[in-house]
Design a protein around this ligand. Structure first.
Ligand code: ZN
Length: 195
């Protein structure tokens, strides 16, 4: 009888230890996710001054982003959702100007590189500079795609495909929700509703 009690005790101790280790690992992962990465210096091209400058990365928690961004931008830029085609603000935008990251204001694309891909998403042949976008392999939904992200804040922008117009052959398929367009045609700003 004593032996049975002893054995049960040892088994229980073993189980508790395993559970404890499991929980510790889980909480390590959780705290790892929420731990703010310290900001790094990266090179970003500034189209206004036509120069490369060092800038700090922008690191915020999910809660901070959720409070700061409109719900659609939060879903797309921070949760990697995709807006429905032909619904975004910029797929049909034809004015001249710059497209900035909706989360951290980094300049990303110039209207000169925009083309009508008929896909219902804003499409660009190239970013404003290779420093101003970063890439991730994306194997979600059983597809092999290259995700395009903002190098400063990590916002999900969209994907890049190899079926764009010559000579680059690239199609940066970007969600309007991750972009903020600043028109440089002074007389056509803010919808011309001054009457
Ligand atoms: Zn950004």
């Amino acid at each position: 009888m004593n032996n049975i009690v002893k054995h049960s005790y040892i088994v229980l101790m073993g189980i508790s230890l395993l559970l404890y280790q499991g929980f510790t690992r889980l909480s390590d992962q959780r705290s790892g996710e929420e731990t703010m990465e310290s900001s790094k210096k990266i090179k970003i091209y500034n189209p206004q001054t036509d120069s490369i400058q060092e800038m700090n990365t922008v690191n915020k928690t999910h809660d901070e982003w959720r409070n700061e961004l409109d719900p659609m931008t939060y879903m797309v830029a921070r949760q990697k959702a995709t807006e429905r085609p032909f619904t975004g603000a910029y797929y049909n935008e034809k004015r001249s100007g710059l497209y900035f990251c909706a989360a951290c204001d980094t300049p990303l694309f110039h209207s000169d590189a925009k083309f009508d891909s008929k896909t219902g998403w804003p499409s660009f042949r190239a970013p404003v500079n290779e420093h101003n976008v970063a890439y991730n392999e994306d194997n979600s939904f059983g597809m092999k795609r290259i995700e395009v992200i903002c190098p400063r804040c990590g916002a999900h922008l969209g994907h890049v495909f190899d079926d764009g117009p010559a000579p680059e052959r690239k199609r940066f398929c970007i969600n309007s929700a991750s972009l903020n367009f600043k028109c440089d045609e002074p007389d056509k700003k803010s919808g011309d509703q001054n009457d």
